[in-house]
Design a protein around this ligand. Structure first.
Ligand code: GLA
Length: 386
């Protein structure tokens, strides 16, 4: 990314060349395994990408918040002491939500000029929203010396998304974007928030992200429905067990689920959570041993469980995953993120990547009539100043 060019764009929009603005970057994330486990206080294994959101920012001497992006036409102008959520769900809600969290914490803010630029595909399940939130939170923390830790910025950003934006997400995305490390995955226990960086040594293999390019229309409502179903599972289980969340059950308890949950759909939802947590634990073990083939098998099992038990995949994601599995060089493939559209993540032998994407593009378009996009991402550090 050409930072100088970004600053030129900033000056073209905001004039006043006197003070140099600050530039921050926050990555997007891809989750390798551990899907729909975070809000059940389970395990996840995401990593931060080289794709993300840039923020050029400068304090103002008045109380106006001016927001522009190079990605969309929509821009915003607000007063610090008086702004509301944009009713049409415009992108400004992410930074505004974070600003309102800082105001709630009595941070001493002034007005600011902000220019965003993101190179993460939107609505593709790679956490463009968490990326915008975290870059805003990190920048404000620096500019106004608010003294918050990265973990506090992570929680603050998640809270902004839950309460201001109105999406009831778990903590994985903001955490990955905040804590990611180059060439490592973040192994996070969402109950304790203890985490470990697990080296991702892909010698001879590459990560490939494939975008279904299907708009994720129903994601929010279906996401909330799944959360609700997990609550229902807990209600059944609590008749006999003293547990706070589904992740307190281990793989050895799987028979208990069948005994205690009479509703077949709810049973499958709970089974996904328990088996997925177990897969994350196994995945971390095999990564430590450098066994990428075994890791790939766990990715495949994860997708199958998300399709059959959790039912969050859909025609396009399934087409990408199951067509990929027919192609030479594929080690493992699964949907990533909330599901219902968005992206898959695959591990492919390095010398087969070009042929792999070509074949998958054809097979996917035959199966769905849609054109897929492909990214070969690098795994990079979390949010930072440039
Ligand atoms: C979305 C949410 C995350 C997580 C995933 C599913 O990305 O923002 O908190 O729940 O879905 O694993």
């Amino acid at each position: 990314m050409d930072i100088q060019k970004l600053k030129e764009d900033f000056f073209n929009i905001y004039n006043r060349r006197v003070e140099d603005p600050f530039v921050f970057f926050s990555p997007g994330r891809v989750n390798l395994i551990g899907e729909h486990t975070d809000y059940n206080n389970g395990y996840v294994l995401p990593c931060a990408l080289n794709y993300g959101t840039y923020l050029v920012i400068r304090k103002r001497s008045d109380d106006r918040i001016l927001l522009h992006t190079l990605n969309f036409e929509f821009s915003g102008s607000y007063k610090l002491d008086k702004f509301e959520k944009n009713k049409n769900g415009e992108w400004v809600n992410y930074p505004l939500g974070v600003i309102s969290e800082f105001i709630d914490r009595k941070a001493e803010l002034t007005g600011m000029d902000m220019l965003f630029y993101g190179n993460i595909p939107n609505g593709a399940g790679l956490s463009s929203s968490a990326s915008i939130e975290m870059v805003t939170a990190f920048a404000l923390n620096n500019l106004f010396s608010a003294g918050l830790s990265i973990l506090e910025l992570v929680k603050l950003s998640q809270h902004a998304e839950n309460s201001f934006v109105g999406m009831n997400c778990g903590i994985m995305d903001q955490f990955a974007v905040g804590m990611g490390q180059e060439d490592s995955a973040v192994f996070l226990n969402c109950e304790t928030l203890n985490y470990e960086s697990v080296p991702l040594e892909l010698k001879g293999y590459r990560l490939i992200i494939s975008n279904t390019n299907k708009r994720r229309g129903l994601t929010d409502s279906k996401y909330n429905e799944r959360r609700q179903e997990c609550e229902e599972a807990l209600k059944y289980l609590r008749k006999e067990l003293d547990i706070a969340n589904l992740s307190q059950l281990g793989i050895k308890d799987i028979d208990l689920l069948e005994k205690l949950i009479p509703d077949e759909t709810i049973l499958r939802r709970a089974r996904h959570v328990v088996t997925e947590n177990n897969r994350v634990l196994k995945a971390v073990r095999v990564l430590h041993m450098g066994d990428i083939e075994e890791f790939g098998k766990l990715m495949n099992e994860s997708h199958d469980s998300l399709k059959n038990d959790y039912e969050v995949t859909g025609r396009e994601l399934d087409a990408l995953v199951y067509e990929a599995r027919e192609i030479d060089g594929l080690i493992g493939s699964r949907m990533t993120g909330a599901g219902f559209g968005g992206c898959t993540v695959s591990i492919v032998k390095e010398d087969k990547t070009a042929e792999f994407t070509k074949q998958l593009e054809n097979a996917y378009s035959k199966a769905t009539g849609l054109k897929a996009d492909f990214y070969l991402p690098l795994i990079m550090d979390g949010v930072r100043q440039l």
